[in-house]
Design a protein around this ligand. Structure first.
Ligand code: HEM
Length: 175
């Protein structure tokens, strides 16, 4: 057999095998592929997703709203929805998540973002790492609302794994 014949298939030279998945990432390469593709629907409406998420966070834990200095005085959901300040927060928060999702399979990069996010949060008076878990369900609800029928059962599984992974690492960096 000629040298290098192992790399030759009937159709020609085989592509190099993909790098082994990072064992720290609880998603399979196929789930990462599906996530990145599906996330494009969220990316197109990043601020809307963030506003939905924050509104649901405040529904779940009304006291959390008081920690956001520019929006703590807004006393109804309608006012929150119309607030530019809420939209700005939502946009910045979602931009961080967008960066993490787009680079989720570059685990070193994704994890390198966690300390900055954790610092941005813990510097606020009264904020505790325990509060981070509060965002899990609001995040899932917001993504489901924005994606509508593109939010399938399979994607639900993937988004649950994703947000748990992110929150776990955020909490770890605040310790
Ligand atoms: C996935 C989880 C989270 C991410 C990625 C995240 C990200 C961020 C970012 C990027 C900022 C700075 C941008 C800005 O102030 O507009 C911020 C600020 C803040 N975050 Fe978070 N956050 C998360 C979860 C939470 C949760 C669960 C709470 C409260 C229960 C919270 C409370 C706050 C507060 C109070 C601020 C400061 C707002 C202000 O300046 O008034 N965050 N967060």
């Amino acid at each position: 057999m000629a040298e290098g014949a192992n790399n030759i298939s009937a159709g020609g030279v085989q592509p190099p095998s993909p790098p082994a998945p990072d064992p720290r990432l609880p998603l399979t390469p196929m789930q990462v592929f599906k996530l990145k593709k599906n996330w494009k629907g969220v990316k197109r409406r990043l601020e809307d997703t963030g506003v939905e998420m924050l509104i649901r966070l405040f529904r779940l834990e009304p006291s959390a709203q008081a920690q956001f200095k520019n929006i703590r005085h807004l006393e109804s959901e309608d006012k929150l929805r119309m607030s530019e300040d809420l939209e700005k927060h939502a946009g910045r928060l979602m931009a961080t998540l967008d960066d993490i999702v787009n680079n989720i399979d570059n685990v070193d990069y994704a994890l390198s973002k966690m300390p900055t996010v954790a610092q941005q949060d813990v510097q606020f008076q009264g904020f505790t790492a325990n509060q981070l878990a509060l965002i899990e369900q609001p995040f899932l609800d917001a993504v489901r609302i924005i994606l509508d029928d593109r939010y399938t059962e399979n994607m639900d599984t993937i988004y649950r794994i994703l947000i748990k992974f992110i929150l776990q690492h955020l909490v770890n960096t605040t310790r």
